[in-house]
Design a protein around this ligand. Structure first.
Ligand SMILES: [Fe+2]
Length: 292
């Protein structure tokens, strides 16, 4: 167990709880939503240790065990705990695209030498390999579970007087993103949906997809947004994070010249740009330059 006091399960609002992210091994947030006739978990985490820390919090706060788990997307840090959860009887929900990706992960060699091979092939960052080894030292425990219920279009789950919506998103991060919206408690779980992805080795965003997603997310109108590798954000916090990026995306349009865009954007603002701003403009121009 590597969880310390600051990383224990905590209440966000009403029946919504979360286990905070932990950058030491890149653990994403795990969510918990409680109704009167059931409870669900958001994401399956990165293996037995992560799952154990989550359930330790459930026991400590005398909460009912979740009977289902929703995957926000297929990346390994969100799914390596799934096999354990399925054996505990939780039903797993996710998109058909997630199911297909899990099948692909199941076909990989998760032994120590297999992880090294994935790093050499460029399929896994070395940092991720090291995190997997720390989180799941025994290679035999690195198993990829499966889904029980596939989510096509948006659908509601009734947890007993509490409705939860599972909302497929057109996300820059992956093609299988699924948001979990809890209107009653004003919370949306977004997984990694706001992050970019690598296009032919270049990290960034497609301009139109990013702008559309920002409007979609703010349209949920909840008070809280939980992003997997950050502390929860208020609605204002999400606006402060995403609206300046959307403005830059609008400015960039279909241009691919990073330097020219940065220079003109500085002119528009009437000041020099911060390093973060230059980098963010680059996320859009670099992907445009690939002419995808
Ligand atoms: Fe991810």
């Amino acid at each position: 167990m590597i969880t310390d006091e600051s990383r224990r399960l905590r209440c966000l609002n009403g029946g919504v709880w979360y286990l905070p992210q932990d950058e030491r091994t890149d653990r994403p947030v795990l969510g918990y939503v409680r109704g009167t006739e059931g409870a669900l978990m958001v994401d399956a985490g990165m293996g037995p240790g992560h799952v154990a820390d989550f359930f330790e919090g459930i026991r400590k706060h005398v909460l009912p065990s979740p009977d289902r788990v929703v995957l926000t997307h297929w990346h390994w840090d969100h799914v390596l705990g799934l096999d354990d959860l399925s054996r505990c009887g939780l039903k797993a929900y996710g998109r058909g695209e997630t199911d297909r990706e899990l099948e692909g992960l199941r076909g990989k060699d998760w032994s120590d030498s297999g992880l090294d091979a994935m790093v050499r092939a460029g399929d896994l960052p070395a940092f991720s390999r090291d995190c997997i080894r720390r989180e799941i030292p025994e290679a035999a425990q690195r198993k990829i579970g499966g889904l029980d219920i596939l989510v096509g279009d948006e659908r509601s789950l009734d947890l007993g007087g509490l409705e939860v919506s599972l909302v497929p998103l057109d996300s820059p991060h992956t093609d299988d993103s699924l948001a979990v919206v809890v209107p009653e408690y004003g919370v949306t779980f977004l997984g990694d949906a706001i992050y970019g992805r690598r296009y032919r080795g270049v990290y960034g965003y497609r301009v139109e997809q990013f702008i559309a997603m920002v409007h979609r997310l703010l349209g949920f109108g909840t008070d809280w947004y939980v992003i997997s590798h950050m502390d929860p954000l208020s609605r204002q916090g999400l606006e402060e994070l995403l609206l300046p990026m959307a403005e830059m995306a609008e400015f960039v349009g279909d241009r691919g010249d990073a330097e020219g865009c940065a220079e003109e954007y500085a002119g528009k603002l009437g000041r020099g740009l911060t390093e973060d701003e230059v980098q963010t403009l680059g996320f859009f121009t670099q992907v445009n330059a690939l002419e995808l």
